[in-house]
Design a protein around this ligand. Structure first.
Ligand code: ZN
Length: 435
């Protein structure tokens, strides 16, 4: 079990931003023999083949085509972005005449306090002039570069009774002394191998450099940055790569911008999935009527992490529908359909897990707690099909150092491999067979 945790921690260490997570997934797909398609060109696909495409280089959709025809799609969708601080343009700011600090703004809803007093680095992408073109380059400083220092307790003796952070005042990272002015642009250019005057624009984020750790009495827990939602991205990708489809097209999707509502061209609230499915159907020779029938017969797993019961606050969780670390894959329900799960999708996914010997837990928020949202219901507005919302149980969601269960990685890979290998047949609205 621990080797999955170590391998996942390695994956996370190569994925400081959604751009890097996308590239890490693409590398794994290339290594497995997948061919890259471009959205900007026509697609030619063949039975037995594996393909992938990226959009914005921060979202990736991969698919495998079975030998002998496909009647529908079986999709797992996760997200590769995480809450972080984004550098504003013109980020360098001279503070107190003696420090260069960086002007940042929040991306998503992070637990702010976790970002203080730890070495942070900077990563993302830059757009660079190169040979008369504008090209995108990954940027990663890859070193301890900045830090957001706390105020000493002596200036606020009540700080431990609760403190409201002002992101424009309290959360700006320190980058250097006064003589560091101009160094940020130089370091961005250096890290993407360009001259400073050729860096035209960038999307850069702070990230936590603390290495991941496997810990606990018997190594049953692990902690690292960005477990939400790279844990689902990593496990669904591993399962996808293991599975050989029969009778359907398997699809792996890692989308972007879930943490800010998914409303971008590379998020769940875009045409990315519907475009990809329509083009796959067309390339397989389906006409419009057959493509609609295929989508109506399809099944999606929306995979985004779930809250495990916190050891110090068990009272915050529903009495009968609560999840624990290392107790299996979590199926998430919500009456107002923030989660897509219903009796049909819970039954189909639950049956697949039962056959695979994977324990399933159910999660519902307490009725007096609002809870979060995810990408399944948003994606369903564009490609409507039976969908289940699942995730792995974790602690400290949206901390910059989160915690999950070592055994759950294996449960999820087993469950998702079984999902991709099963052939979910729809005979009529409400009638299904799992082959
Ligand atoms: Zn998430």
């Amino acid at each position: 079990m621990k080797h999955y945790a170590k391998d996942f921690i390695e994956f996370v260490s190569h994925s400081p931003t959604a751009f890097h997570a996308c590239e890490a997934a693409c590398e794994a797909l290339r290594a497995a023999g997948f061919s890259q398609l471009k959205e900007q060109e026509p697609w030619a696909i063949a039975p037995g083949g594996g393909y992938f495409l990226t959009r914005n280089r921060s979202a990736v959709v991969a698919f495998t085509v079975p030998e002998g025809g496909a009647s529908h799609f079986q999709i797992a969708a996760s997200h590769g972005d995480s809450p972080a601080f984004k550098l504003k343009p013109n980020a360098e700011d001279l503070a107190a005449g003696a420090y260069v600090r960086l002007n940042v703004e929040r991306y998503g809803g992070m637990l702010m306090s976790t970002w203080l007093d730890r070495p942070l680095s900077i990563a993302g992408r830059a757009v660079v002039r190169e040979g008369g073109r504008l090209v995108t380059k990954l940027v990663d400083f890859g070193r301890d570069a900045v830090l957001i220092p706390n105020m000493p307790i002596h200036f606020n003796r009540e700080v431990n009774d609760g403190y409201k952070f002002n992101p424009q005042v309290d959360l700006l990272p320190l980058y250097g002394g006064a003589d560091a002015q101009g160094k940020l642009a130089e370091e961005i250019a250096r890290s993407c191998g360009a001259a400073a005057e050729d860096v035209v624009a960038s999307d850069l984020y702070l990230y936590n450099r603390t290495p991941g750790a496997v810990w606990g009495a018997d190594g049953e827990f692990f902690s690292c940055p960005r477990i939400d939602d790279l844990e689902c991205a990593y496990t669904t990708l591993r399962a996808f790569l293991d599975a050989v489809p029969a009778g359907h097209v398997n699809v792996f999707a890692m989308l972007d911008n879930e943490e800010v509502g998914s409303g971008t061209k590379q998020g769940a609230d875009s045409t990315l999935l519907s475009d990809a499915l329509a083009r796959i159907a067309a390339a397989l020779g389906m006409d419009g009527e057959q493509a609609r029938a295929a989508i109506a017969s399809s099944f999606m797993v929306s995979a985004d992490n779930a809250h495990a019961v916190h050891p110090n606050h068990p009272e915050k969780y529903d009495a009968n529908n609560r999840a624990f670390l290392n107790a299996g894959v979590v199926v998430k329900h919500n009456a107002n359909q923030k989660y897509t799960t219903d009796a049909v999708s819970a039954a189909i996914f639950g049956e697949i897990c039962r056959r695979a010997g994977v324990p399933v837990q159910t999660f519902v928020n307490r009725s007096d707690i609002l809870g979060g949202s995810t990408l399944g219901n948003i994606a369903n507005a564009h490609v409507s099909m039976n969908t289940v919302d699942i995730g792995l149980p974790q602690l400290a969601m949206h901390s910059c150092y989160e915690t999950a269960g070592t055994r759950d990685l294996a449960y999820m890979i087993d469950a998702m491999r079984a999902f991709y290998c099963a052939d979910i047949r729809t005979f009529a609205d409400g009638e299904y067979e799992i082959g």
